[in-house]
Structure formats: C-alpha cells, structure tokens
Design a protein around this ligand. Structure first.
Ligand code: 5GP
Length: 182
C-alpha cells in the first residue's frame, strides 16, 4: 500500500538536500511537485521543481478547489494539487510532500494516515548562516524567513517525528528508519 509522508523544515535547513539524497537511494518514493507564485530561482525548471504560476492562475486553482492544501509563505503562495496526490496514491507510489508546517498540519487533518516529519537545524544561528550563505534571497526576504522559524518550530511539536540535520548522511539514515518501516 502506498504511504504519504510530509516533510517540513525551516528555510535553509537543508531539507532539499536530505530529501534528494534519500530519493537517490529510494527510487520507489516520489516527490510531489507543488505550485507556487514565487519567482523562479536560477537552475529551477517549471514542472520539475515547481509549477510556477501567476497570482491569477493560482487564485483560479483555489476557486476551482484544485488544492489539497495551500498556504501563504513569505509573501508567496504555495499549494499541493489534489489530483497529483490522488494519482500517485492510486498508482501505489510512496509520496513525499515537501511543504511548510501549516500545510503539513492541514494535510494531517484531511489524511490522518500521513506521517509528518520535521527537519530541524542543529541551531537557529546555524540556520541563519546557511540562509545567508545561499545568496538567493534579499535581506528583506531573509528577515521574513527568519520570522517564520519560530512559528515552524512551534507547529513541529505536533509532528510525528523530528530529524536534526547536522550531517546529511545521518539525517538520511534517520529518515530511512522512519520511512522504510512505517
Ligand atoms: P521555497 O521558496 O524555499 O522553495 O519554499 C518555501 C516554503 O514553502 C518551504 O517551507 C516549502 O516547504 C514550502 N512549500 C513548498 N511547496 C508547498 C506547498 O505545496 N504547500 C505548502 N503549504 N508549502 C509549500
């Protein structure tokens, strides 16, 4: 039977890298592609990293009830399409949603069997340094993201598991323990 995992973590925590490494070892898991109104970062591809939508297109999807969940994060909208999740689960795929903590808790309400995993930084100071080191965001965007960290950590108390990303290999090991025997 297919399983649904929701992985959240503050910006810059390295959850993308951890998930990428996990997927290399476990091709039987699929990563959901979300929709977003944020601008494309260098190297990102439409339909691979996200479906990049205009605000109008996103609003239309909301009105048409196309989203399983959606949230505003740092001034942009992000949403998971219902049809994408339903299709994967119907095909028997194990699916990972990489979404924010608010979205994760909404998914859990709708799909109580979903397993929620929070990827935590070794420390908030470390996280701030990583976020600045990426050089992908303006100072204003960084400040917004730092402000959301507190809320994310608070929300994560309702998650099923927390994995600390100190070393990537160790974090991947921890994910395997949770996801490959759940
Ligand atoms: P980023 O802009 O760094 O790609 O993502 C910002 C935040 O949005 C991250 O915490 C990411 O997990 C979250 N996010 C990405 N897709 C979705 C989604 O479909 N729904 C929700 N609720 N959050 C999402």
């Amino acid at each position: 039977m297919s399983k649904l995992f929701v992985i959240s973590g503050s910006s810059g925590v390295g959850k993308g890298t951890v998930i990428k490494e996990f997927l290399k070892k476990h091709p039987d898991f699929k990563l959901s592609i979300s929709c977003t109104t944020r601008g494309m970062r260098e190297g990102e591809v439409h339909g691979v990293n996200y479906f990049f939508l205009s605000k109008e297109e996103f609003k239309q999807f909301i009105d048409d009830e196309e989203f399983l969940e959606w949230a505003e994060f740092s001034g942009n909208h992000y949403g998971t399409k219902k049809s994408f999740v339903e299709e994967c689960l119907k095909n028997g795929d194990n699916l990972i949603l990489e979404i924010d903590t608010k979205g994760a808790l909404n998914v859990k309400r709708l799909m109580p069997d979903a397993v929620l995993i929070f990827i935590a930084p070794p420390s908030v100071e470390e996280l701030e340094a990583r976020l600045r080191g990426r050089h992908t965001e303006t100072e204003e965007a960084i400040q917004k993201r730092l402000a959301s960290i507190k809320l994310e950590i608070e929300n994560s108390k309702k998650f099923d598991y927390t994995v600390v990303n100190d070393k990537v290999e160790k974090a991947v090991d921890d994910l395997e323990k949770i996801m490959c025997q759940n």
